[in-house]
Design a protein around this ligand. Structure first.
Ligand code: ADP
Length: 368
């Protein structure tokens, strides 16, 4: 019996439902109008938590903004349809950089239907790359520890005491570096496996900032630290240890990536109401430095795992490249937002966290 011809609609449906590639469709205003099951699975949310929401709540890339897409389509630019890196934001706050391609499926006088395809098996590739980067990061301090230990063993009696002390000092510093790396990796693993346990309560931001300032006072001895928090600012609704970790990472970076003698300012205020999102009142704090800055094209990269940028100050400073990834994940887990602006001589990281409601503050007053 001859086979019936397949209807192209049925074929499309079946492909979209069964392909491992994640497919998202948006209008030109960046509102999501369709997602296939692979995308729903990738994000870890329900379909109705995605459809109707903004594209940039789930997928971020400089090439994603609709005016760029429109311009590219008019100029027939080659990048249309070519996979380029995009950051996928999952519901749990973790993120993956994966190749994604887009093309315009239909275009009317004032609207377009844009299809985005996030390539499957790139998640596995991202994980493999992560393992290989981690191995490399672990090997560097290990090589140095082994090298200096071998030298001391081989030539110990011929080395001067001062030289021996210097080598042992290097071994200890490299062991410290390994410890930091392993701690950061454990934090990443806890965040990604959703094992993060939060104890949220009403917290006074000034107290938290002053504690962090105290802890970092040794590192900050060549900088001026300024704290600007208005008296009586509404407390934030957050977990004390995580809030301290977020502040520590941001202030530590501000000190590391700015020259001695400059000022780091930590300020806090009630965030201006966001017209686009109605939600709880938010408190905003900003960490501002007078340092080298981050080139605009590298801004999204700083929140990625191992997103260290290559510049002289970064090469001179210790770091794992995981700090801002962890910071961002913690801010998201606390229901907040983080963003960065930077020009040479002024970098500002701004964090918004939910304000504690009156009832939550009263509970705190009772010694919660
Ligand atoms: P690291 O351990 O390298 O500090 P982070 O994740 O904290 O890792 O930061 C990632 C990268 O972002 C840094 O390596 C640096 O290149 C850049 N960066 C972070 N904060 C600043 C800042 N305040 N000024 C300039 N560059 C910064």
């Amino acid at each position: 019996m001859p086979l019936k011809p397949v209807k192209s609609n049925d074929l499309c449906n079946s492909l979209l439902l069964n392909t491992a590639d994640a497919v998202i469709v948006s209008d030109s205003a960046g509102n999501i109008t369709y997602v296939n099951p692979a995308f729903v699975k990738l994000i870890g949310a329900q379909e109705d938590e995605i459809i109707g929401h903004r594209l940039n709540s789930f997928i971020l890339a400089d090439w994603l903004d609709s005016s760029t897409v429109e311009e590219e389509s008019k100029s027939g630019a080659e990048s249309n349809g070519t996979p380029r890196p995009a950051t996928i934001l999952t519901k749990s706050g973790t993120e993956f950089v994966m190749p994604a391609a887009h093309f315009i499926a239909a275009s009317g006088s004032d609207n377009m239907t844009i299809v985005y395809v996030v390539q499957a098996n790139s998640l596995q590739q991202a994980q493999t790359e992560f393992v290989s980067t981690v191995s490399h990061e672990l090997r560097t301090p290990l090589t140095s520890i082994k090298g200096f230990a071998d030298t001391i063993l081989r030539a110990g009696d011929r080395l001067e005491v001062a030289q021996q002390r210097r080598y042992v000092g290097i071994i200890r510093d490299q062991a410290d570096r390994l410890t930091r790396l392993v701690e950061d990796l454990l934090a990443v693993s806890r965040l990604e496996s959703k094992k993060l346990q939060l104890t949220v309560r009403a917290l006074d931001l000034r107290e938290a900032i002053e504690r962090v300032e105290q802890n970092l006072s040794d590192k900050a001895k060549n900088h001026t630290l300024v704290v600007q928090v208005p008296a009586g600012l509404t407390p934030v609704w957050a977990d004390a240890d995580r809030l301290e970790q977020i502040l520590t990472n941001l202030v530590d970076n501000a000190i590391k990536y700015s020259p001695q003698g400059t000022t780091v300012t930590v300020s806090a205020t009630v965030a201006p109401a966001d017209e686009k999102h109605s939600g709880p009142e938010m408190i905003e704090f900003a960490v501002k430095d007078q340092g080298v800055g981050i080139p605009e094209e590298h801004l999204p990269q700083v929140f990625s795992k191992f997103g260290r940028l290559d510049n002289p100050l970064v090469r001179q400073t210790e770091g794992t490249g995981l700090g801002l990834y962890i910071t961002r994940s913690l801010v998201l887990a606390l229901g907040g937002q983080i963003h960065v602006t930077s020009v040479p001589g002024c970098t500002t990281f701004t964090v918004r966290l939910p304000a504690a409601t009156f009832e939550q503050q009263v509970a705190r007053g009772r010694g919660d």
